[in-house]
Design a protein around this ligand. Structure first.
Ligand code: N01
Length: 535
């Protein structure tokens, strides 16, 4: 058994891990990152399924810490594809010489806080232990994939893939009968692509979804030049709003106060612009008032159904029983049009529930459907899932899983009391995926770097969250969410996609700009709410 020591160990080499290595090095810390994949990218390394792309615009889904990086990188599309983002992150890793501090193909299986040494002791999948003064989790909110337990799965004679573990070499689906389980953001991206290749595609849909068109386009020379020229202006815009995106509508009107004609104009404009923000954020009341929300939802359903030729299929696809935006709004490209193809069949898994996987395929609603390939687009054990998968033990050997038995909490979503010197980038109780996550990551990493620099300067080497401050923060998180439609139906946002997981929203929904101000205030007050010590 070898044993090395570092000032800081970073878990994960995705967007957060890469940036954390860069920033922590800057303040003179020795840093090591462990990444279970064989390359950088995190989400963008694993999610190689057909059609995978980001639904935040490429110019916003970019690091902002280096203007040189922004000026030298050219995005080719409004919504970048997985391969393009993976290339970008590889470029970042090379440009900032990050690889030398990353050990690939290595999982952190266990992390125990040793109070005597004031260090984290980490057990790695490669039969080694490592010690670190500080542990920085960069595991992301969506890295612990979820596959439902369906009886008979082991008998299936065909191939099975989770979209999050799609083989890098791809899967040849020609002449294959393919089943896709799941119509979340992932399924809705993958289905149109798989339909083009498969002999026949069966989609198993349990919950019908609203889908906003991406209105994606290639970026021309002028647009690329404009993106670069407006770097500073866009950065200011991102800093000022709730989701950390540029071009965000500053002061939208309440839908219910607009007359029918004005509403329609705003609807149609938003539809033309496309993407997750234009329509959803065009009004001040659709996220809080159920009547306003219903009107918007009806518009989206009417638009979506225009694309489907068969009224019965349209009815199955668009009989939606939740308010728009109460679960994640989905951005699609040619999704509903796909059901006009002769080789695509929609199976309503509500009225015909999936009963079992059989050697020849899948049985749903009493019918056996023969399949060669089964694709699970069934999502993730979000936010707490990747952290709990690590077997983290804090002060007194307490398991993080025990602390979080009823809900995951952390002061500012950064540090969970009783787990000192462990920073969680985009942890539970922070804005995380409720904002442009790369921008939220930069804010968290910068805050952690400043905090560690402050600690060093003042002779501290131990930081924990004050339990009262953590409770108070959790209460603020709840208060902000109280009257919002967001999270009011079951989904991975509420944890209810995972059997047995405690239900609850683990996000601060008060806006990234307000969250940033709160984090700055805490730091400016000498890290009020944290307990800093020298050990
Ligand atoms: O996962 P999901 P995802 N039988 O949990 C179904 C991000 N993301 O991977 O809704 C039948 O949303 C489940 O059904 P139901 C983004 O944050 C971003 O699609 O529970 N069906 C649902 O349809 C997103 O929100 C991008 O009734 C079963 C699906 O599986 C997050 O990742 C792209 C089932 C899971 O949907 C997760 O999205 C992709 C069962 N037993 C992902 N179990 C972009 O940037 C589950 N399902 C665009």
């Amino acid at each position: 058994m070898s044993r090395e020591e570092f000032d800081a160990v970073v878990v994960g080499a995705g967007i957060a891990g890469l940036y954390a290595i860069h920033r922590l090095r800057e303040i003179g810390l020795s840093v090591k990152a462990f990444e279970r994949g064989d390359g950088v990218g995190g989400t963008w390394y694993w999610n190689r399924y057909p059609g995978a792309r980001c639904d935040v615009q490429s110019w916003d889904y970019s690091y902002t810490f280096s203007e040189e990086l922004a000026q030298e990188w050219d995005w080719t599309e409004r919504y970048p594809t997985q391969p393009e983002i993976e290339r970008y992150l590889n470029h970042v890793a090379d440009r900032f010489d990050l690889r030398r501090d990353i050990e690939f193909g290595t999982r952190v299986d266990q992390a125990c806080f040793d109070e005597e040494q004031n260090k984290w002791l980490l057990r790695l999948s490669k039969d080694a232990t490592i010690a670190a003064r500080y542990l920085v989790s960069a595991v992301g909110a969506l890295s612990e994939r979820f596959t439902p337990k369906i009886s008979g799965v082991e008998t299936f004679a065909g191939q099975q893939y989770h979209t999050n573990a799609w083989p890098a070499e791809g899967v040849d689906l020609t002449n294959m009968r393919v089943g896709v389980i799941g119509t979340g953001s992932t399924g809705i991206q993958a289905i149109p692509q798989i339909a083009q290749e498969a002999e026949h595609l069966y989609v198993f849909q349990r919950t019908a979804q609203y889908v906003i068109p991406a209105q994606n386009h290639l970026l021309g020379e002028d647009e690329r030049r404009e993106i670069k020229a407006t770097f500073h202006q866009r950065l200011e815009e991102k800093l000022a709003n709730a989701v950390g995106m540029s071009g965000f509508p500053p002061d939208p009107p309440p839908l219910l106060e607009l007359d029918a004609e004005t509403r329609r104009e705003v609807f149609e404009d938003g539809w033309e612009v496309g993407g997750p923000v234009a329509l959803n954020r065009a009004f001040s009341d659709t996220g809080t008032n159920l009547e306003a929300n219903r009107v918007l939802g009806e518009f989206v359903i009417a638009k979506n159904s225009e694309a489907v030729n068969d009224p019965e299929v349209a009815d199955k696809l668009l009989t939606i029983d939740h308010p728009i935006g109460s679960r994640r709004l989905i951005v699609g490209i040619d999704y509903f049009e796909t059901y006009n193809r002769d080789n695509v069949t929609l199976v309503d898994a509500r009225t015909s529930p999936i009963e079992a996987i059989t050697p020849a395929g899948l049985r749903a609603g009493g019918d056996e459907i023969e399949l060669d390939v089964l694709v699970y687009a069934t999502g993730f054990d979000g936010v707490s899932g990747p952290l709990l998968a690590m077997d983290i033990q804090g002060v007194g050997g307490r398991l993080l899983g025990d602390k979080w038995a009823t809900r995951p909490t952390a002061f500012l979503g950064l540090v969970a009391s009783g787990f000192p010197n462990l920073f969680m980038i985009t942890g539970p109780g922070s804005p995380s995926v409720f904002s442009n996550v790369i921008f939220a990551i930069e804010q968290h990493v910068d805050w952690i770097k400043d905090c560690l620099a402050y600690m060093t300067e003042h002779g501290f080497n131990h930081i924990d969250a004050n339990p009262e401050a953590e409770d108070d923060w959790t209460q603020q998180v709840d208060e902000v969410a109280e009257n919002l439609i967001v999270g009011s139906t079951k989904s991975w946002w509420t944890g209810e996609n995972i059997p047995g997981k405690p239900a609850g929203l683990a996000f601060f929904l008060g806006g990234l700009q307000n969250y940033r101000a709160k984090c700055d205030e805490v730091a400016n007050n000498g890290y009020e709410g944290f307990v800093l010590q020298s050990r």
